[in-house]
Design a protein around this ligand. Sequence first.
Ligand code: HPA
Length: 268
Amino acid sequence: MKPPIAIIGGSGVKSIIKGEEKIIGTPYGPTPTLTIGQVKGREAIYLPRHGEGHTAPPHKVNYRANIWGLKNLGVERIVATNAVGAIDTTLSPGEIVIPSDLIDFTKSRRGTFYDGSPVTHIDVSEPYCPTLRHAIASAGSDNKKNLRNDIVMACTEGPRYETPAEIRMLKTLGGGIVGMTGAPEAFLAREQEICYASISFISNMAAGLQRTLSAKEVEEKGRETGQILNKILIEAIGKIPDTREGCSCGRALAQAQLNKPEVKEQTC
Ligand code: HPA
């Protein structure tokens, strides 16, 4: 049996999986209700990031429980979806992009599984799995969507939207889109050696680039974009290779931990 693939759904993305419902207990608390079923003939798990009925705000999402719960079910690949605002003015609402890098501007979130020994410094030189990003891009092309895949996501703490000055700062730093859920999710997945990539849909221009921002507008754009997003998501899952030879996500801990005696190869 191949390991299941997980989808972490953000705002506006409906479950594309029908099946058994399950809550997993973790050292960090329970996961939301997961749906376990099939997509493109592969076992797939849907995790609603904000819980059922969208009750957890971005800064209160239990990211560690979510990632731990999926790891516990044998998940090796996660495709996440996020609603984002566009900082890059060549992007526009309704567009779907594949982030290539991430700037973490969150403040209060528990961002690691490694609070003690072994001291662990995970490498995030390539925070999103290249194989998953390629699968998403290729699913986009099949749907005649040339998805931009060179966009840097900035993750803010929320739950408020940003000020125009904050957006100008993020732009100076290279941010192309801004959302509230990209971090620490991507980093926690890497700590668990799970491949992770994101499909982000642009619900609005960021603060200062349109008149005002509204949560209702984000929700409505999510509903409008949902169908094509789900289509790309389903096809991307079908394109994920069975084995993880194309990336090093599954070996992320090998060089990351201090104070671990090296296993010496036996010579006799
Ligand atoms: N900022 C932060 N998060 C968001 C935005 C935004 O403009 N749009 C959707 N999620």
